[in-house]
Design a protein around this ligand. Structure first.
Ligand code: SF4
Length: 325
């Protein structure tokens, strides 16, 4: 990485090609060697990585992605799995509804698209659970097409470098989309590298709270640095929610207990064993489920919400299990 660089005057910036040169050099030297990068997986593998990486750090995703793709390398394989297996394999990635949405997507791709992801933005966004970001990422990273990918990291970096101000939180604004499209290289191959490199810079160097401008490859061209980094630390996004004691924690505890039930049981033994395939989808008696969390009202509400979300089943005797179908 570069040594400390003196910021230039703002008048010398805003040429995307001038930014691309040092950015691409940095990318080639510093890009993380993630298994879904550099053409080493299928478009479906790229999609799985993108869904898993939403709201979860990429470094945490890697072992889950590898195990997942070993078992379900394509949409047809995932479509044929039981929801219980899918939820179990999702493990501690968090926000487990994503797992069921991914399986819904797999069923459509396997059943209606001959097990191939559509190669168009409209085709991708028509799939269950695939929004603008994921469709754009698959178009760019899997199919090599020229399309601006717009996520939080990219918005932050582009806004800082080319406008000198912090990106607002919330959904992407039209002006941010316009900027992302304007600065995207015209060449399709370069546009893919640009998307990946800007995103990686946002993840590793130009972070939200502590940008490392002293080692940044584009520091000499950054309007935000030239302006003295106005408003840094005054982000307008929501503060990080505490986790302890939240419904999210309780839901995770319940799901984890069900994942860990010995496979092939069915009598709901409370002994917590290793996660694995579960042909019989064992169940957990409600009396044992009540031991999972002290606040009964919160626990019952979380169990009900997991049932509403299709992540668990409540059997007639009140016991709980992961869904079979
Ligand atoms: S790390 Fe600093 S110099 Fe680099 S893009 Fe971010 S704000 Fe600009």
């Amino acid at each position: 990485m570069n040594d400390t660089v003196e910021p230039l005057a703002a008048a010398s910036v805003a040429d995307p090609s001038a930014v691309a040169a040092p950015l691409f050099a940095w990318w080639h030297a510093n890009a993380r060697d993630l298994p879904w990068r550099f053409g080493r997986t299928t478009p479906w593998g790229v999609l799985v990585s993108e869904v898993m990486s939403q709201q979860t750090q990429m470094s945490r995703v890697v072992p889950y992605w590898r195990a997942w793709m070993d078992v379900w390398p394509d949409a047809a394989a995932l479509a044929a799995a039981s929801p219980a297996e899918v939820i179990t394999a999702w493990g501690r990635l968090g926000y487990p509804r994503r797992a069921l949405r991914l399986q819904e997507c797999a069923r459509v791709v396997a059943g209606e698209c001959a097990d191939e992801l559509p190669r168009s933005y409209d085709g991708l966004t028509a799939l269950p659970g695939i929004g603008d970001y994921t469709a754009s990422a698959v178009m760019s990273f899997a199919f090599g097409m020229r399309i601006a990918v717009i996520d939080t990291n990219i918005r932050r970096v582009l806004s800082r470098v080319f406008t000198g101000v912090e990106s607002l939180g919330g959904s992407a604004k039209p002006a941010e989309r316009d900027l992302a499209n304007r600065v995207l290289p015209a060449d399709a191959g370069e546009s893919v590298t640009w998307n990946q490199a800007v995103m990686e810079l946002g993840a590793l160097v130009c972070t939200a709270k502590s940008p490392r401008c002293d080692v940044c490859p584009v520091s000499g061209l950054c309007m935000f640095l030239a302006a003295g980094r106005p408003g840094l630390g005054e982000r307008r996004t929501r503060p990080r929610q505490r986790f302890q004691g939240t419904d999210r924690q309780v839901r995770g505890i319940v799901l984890d207990a069900l994942r860990r039930l010995p496979a092939g049981g069915g009598d709901g033994g409370g002994d917590v064993g290793a996660a694995g395939t579960m042909p019989g989808v064992p169940s957990l008696p409600r009396a044992q489920a009540r031991q999972l969390w002290a606040d009964r009202a919160q626990l019952d509400a979380c169990i009900a919400s997991l049932d509403d979300d299709g992540l668990i089943e409540i059997l007639p005797d009140g016991s709980l299990r992961l869904p079979r179908a």
